[in-house]
Design a protein. Structure first.
Length: 160
């Protein structure tokens, strides 16, 4: 994996055609977790603990049928290298900001937390108001030091 696919000091804002007005927890479909459910569980279970690459790989791994269990570190590393040897869609294509109303907030180290679209923090970031996004809960701010958090829109679900 030669290329770094992570975002830094970035908010992936909800898509313009997102169908909800407030963030919602995704639900399984057909008794199985969807990509949205898996990504939500991973990110909400470890705010600012995972990178985009971690979330993409873990989501793929958990969707395998059957999901591999008790992988050695070496085997996990091999699978991860193989996974990223192919092009991967970034989290701008995730169903969380496209359909479920969750912004994806990346800190300066590329780690992700969920940011509900109805929150004051989300509004402040999208509007570009001064003050930065606040404390990440780890004693450091998502702020880049110059007050700048880049805002990118999630990809639309439909063509305009």
């Amino acid at each position: 994996m030669a290329e770094d696919l992570n975002y830094y000091s970035t908010l992936i804002a909800v898509a313009d055609d997102c169908p909800v007005d407030a963030a919602e927890v995704p639900k399984p479909r057909g008794g199985r977790p969807t990509v949205a459910v898996l990504q939500y569980e991973l990110i909400s279970g470890a705010p600012y603990g995972l990178t985009q690459e971690d979330v993409l790989f873990e989501t793929w791994l958990r969707r395998q049928d059957p999901p591999p269990r008790d992988l050695s570190e070496q085997r996990r590393a091999e699978l991860r290298k193989e996974f990223f040897s192919r092009s991967q869609a970034c989290l701008r294509a995730s169903p969380l900001p496209k359909k479920h109303g969750w912004g994806l907030l990346f800190d300066r180290d590329g780690r992700i937390a969920l940011c509900p679209m109805e929150s004051e923090e989300y509004r402040r970031l999208v509007e570009g108001r001064a003050g930065g996004p606040g404390d990440s809960g780890r004693g450091d701010s998502v702020d880049t030091g110059n007050g700048g958090v880049r805002v990118l829109k999630a990809m639309r679900s439909r063509r305009s």
